[in-house]
Every structure is written in C-alpha cells, then in structure tokens.
Design a protein around this ligand. Sequence first.
Ligand code: FAD
Length: 470
Amino acid sequence: MNRPREEHIRHLQNILGPEGWLAADEDKAPYLQEWRDKFHGETPLVMRPASTAEVAQILAYCNDQRLAVVPQGGNTGLCGGAMPKNGELLLSLGRMKRIRDIDTDNFTITAEAGCILADIHRVAAERQRLFPLHIGAEGSCQIGGNLSTNAGGTAVLRYGNMRELTLGLEVVLANGEIWDGLRGLRKDNTGYDLKQLFIGAEGTLGIITAAVLKLFPLPRRRAVALAGLKTCEQAVELLSRSKERAGDRLTGFELMNRLSLELVGRHLPECAAPLPLSHPWYVLIELSDTDEAPLDEKLQHILERAWEADLIEDAHVASSLTQADRLWRMRHAISEAQKHEGGSIKHDISVPVSQVAAFIARADHAVAAMIPGFRSIAFGHVGDGNIHYNPLQPRNMAKAEFLARWAEVAETVHDIAASLGGSISAEHGLGQLKNRDLPRYKSAVEIAMMRKLKTALDPHGILNPGKVLP
Ligand SMILES: Cc1cc2nc3c(=O)[nH]c(=O)nc-3n(C[C@H](O)[C@H](O)[C@H](O)COP(=O)(O)OP(=O)(O)OC[C@H]3O[C@@H](n4cnc5c(N)ncnc54)[C@H](O)[C@@H]3O)c2cc1C
C-alpha cells in the first residue's frame, strides 16, 4: 500500500470539488475520534463525495494507485472500524443523504448511505410506515454504517436486524465498478445473495452507497412497562411467557441489572427510573400493534400473571406515551452513564437465550476472581440473547490499571460465551477491537473462506485494511 502523496491528494480533491474534502486539522478532528475515546485516527484527507459516481471515481483511482480507504458513516461504531489507523484516506458518506424513493405499497424505502437513521424513521412515519431499527445512536448513525455493522438494537426481537431489513443494495467495488442491486423484491432466487456479503462486512468488501429497506405498518398502539425481578433466570422465563401471550406484538424486551440503572440515576437524573431501585434485575417490555384496541390491559395481564407466579416483584406500566418514552430514555442512557463512573471493559456477546443467566453468573464469578471488587454491569437485548457485559473498575483501583487488564478479561468473558455456544460480537462488529481474537473462536476453514472473499472482491486490499480479518 502507498502512503498518499501531494499529487494523489490533489487528484482526489479535483474529483471531489471544493465542497467535497477537508484537509485542515480542526476540520478533520471530529472524524478521527470515536465515541468511547478508545481509538484515534489519522488521515491526510477526509473525502466527502456527493454521489455514487464520485465514490466510483475515487475508488478506481485509489485501487490503481494502491491507496487505502477507510469508509465512515456517523462514526458511532464501537469497535474502531471507521478509524484510519495508519494514515489511510477517510471516505465519509455523510453528504449522500437523499431518499431516492418511498414505495408505500411495496413497503420499501430507497435511501442513500449517508441518511441518518432517525431521518428514515421520520420520513417513513410521515407516510404511515415504520422503519423498525432502533438504537441509542439513531440521531447520528447512518444507514451505510448500520448496514456495514449489521446493526441490531431494541426491536430485533420482532423485526430482525439489518440483514433481515434489507432487500437491495448499491455498492461501489474496490476497483470502482458500481453494482446496482437496488431491487425491492421479497422473492429473488437468481443465484447467490450478494447483498449479504456487504452487510456486516464493516467496509472491507465494498462501499455501500444506497439500499432498499423494508418498511412496516406504523403501530397505532404501544404499551411499555418496567418490572423488577429477583433473578436473571426469571427474566428469561418472563420473556418466554410474554412471547407466548403477546405473540409478535412483543416488540422489545430489555434486561438491566440494578447497578446499570443506579448509574443512570446518579449521572443522568433526568433519565432516572420511576421506581425505587430495590430489585436486583429489571426488564423493560414493549408491546405494539397496528390495531386500535388498547394494549395496556394485555401488558397488565401478562404482568399480573407473572406476579402471581412469583416471577416479578414489582412493575410500573407507563400511563402515557411520554412516560413510555421516558422509560426508553432511561434504557438508552445506560451507556452514557457508565462513562461518568470510570473505566469499564465492554463486551457485546450473544448466547442462546436460554443460556443468558448462566453466562452472566459465570462471567461475574470469573471476573471477580481476576479483579476482586469489580462492579458488574449487565444489560441488553435479552430477547436476542445479546448482553452488553461491561465490568466496571473497582472503586479503589486506578482507571488505567483496570483498563490495562482489558485483553485478559475480554478473553475470559469471550471464552465463557463461546463455551455456551455464543458469539464474541452480537451487533457491534469486530473492527480493530476484536479482529485479532477471531482465530480463537472461528475455525481455520471459516477464516480461509473469509480471506478468499476478501481477495476476490478487493485483491489489492485497499478497503479498510486491518479491520475484521486478523
Ligand atoms: C450510545 C450508542 C448506542 C448504540 N447502540 C447500539 C445498538 O443498540 N445496536 C447496535 O447494533 N449498535 C449500537 N451502537 C453502535 C453503532 O451505533 C452501530 O454500530 C451503527 O450501526 C454504526 O453506524 P455509523 O453510521 O455510526 O457507522 P460508523 O461507525 O461510521 O462505521 C461503522 C463501520 O461501518 C463501515 N462503514 C460505514 N459506512 C459505510 C459504507 N457506506 N459502506 C461501507 N462501509 C461503511 C466503517 O468503515 C466501520 O467499519 C451504539 C452506539 C452508541 C454510541
């Protein structure tokens, strides 16, 4: 790979036009620092193309000149995937934010990669449609980033993750060729499902420039409750019962341990829980329906039955949409609240839903043996078996000393997830945070297939080098 030189930069600036690039340090700075402040990047040029044709010209040139390119969406990824580690060129998709089409009868929206997720929600809702991907970063993450990380979030339980929400893609390949796969078909058995190669590839196989996404009818009713429980096992049982009783009206089911909510109350009091935090575990449950009939009674009924069966100790049903939104703000505030409490070692694991309680118990036990006095934070999308398990530093330990144990703790926690049939990355991807761990958890055959795909689609390795593959 070549380091970009003066003449390369000038050529790329000419393709992009005066509005399409940033080179001053102060202009580049926001693109080179990520949300957790764990990774920092360096680049000689932030490229901000306005069209697929410009992306194609840039890649054709970079491929020819052997210049590495790191794509970036909203820069909310949590694995350092969008950070140029070694002075690569940065390709930001943020100016490509056109909604190209919305087809309400086909229940699809065709959007460019730089569209902000929350804008897709708004545009769809204006046409009585729902785009159901909901994540804490939805005000700034972009569709291209959501696709490239196969984002999940809080409604996967009902609607699936980005893989399941996508019908077609437009992709610029490493050599600058454009693949127009913007099909809005629910059935298409004409060979390999190529779009799935680029979804979750974290920008290592091609640059996604637009997508056809599935829409759903806009729900007319929502009911949301927070319930307190004694054990994590009870949460899993309550999940099964809620599924049985509510069917696909069960839209969200989030698990939170007490400490995660205490930190929200301590550091972001405007988002604090509406209940006294006297239970070890909490679940946030949402039902939604397109039917006009109120859902509160249904949710109340599920909770009463659970209380009679000794599954829950207490519950608070939101009596208005404002209250419901407040409960969700509390849930989404957990990540931010942790930042104020010192260092935490983050994991984004998944296990079969039936193994969630065993995972948390075994991980707590193992981490306590390594770092006595650590504080356990566990929360997440229990309906998908996806737990964000984030051990927090002991009160009497320096942050740097605690974070220096990251690799050792992560290996222990990941080994436990793997031993329960789980994954070391449920929804955030690998980026540069976990790619080196891949050989420990994937077979040589699987990694060799991934390498062959990479070589076939990006033979010179210009796309996001040093990410995903070890
Ligand atoms: C507070 C908070 C809460 C979060 N909650 C969730 C959650 O619930 N569920 C979840 O899944 N994630 C969550 N995330 C993680 C993050 O928001 C998602 O991974 C999101 O999908 C990233 O989108 P982005 O536009 O910010 O992508 P970026 O961070 O910019 O990029 C992510 C990866 O995609 C690549 N990429 C970006 N755009 C393109 C493109 N157009 N073509 C090819 N490659 C591209 C980048 O190179 C990088 O490897 C959360 C993050 C934060 C900060």
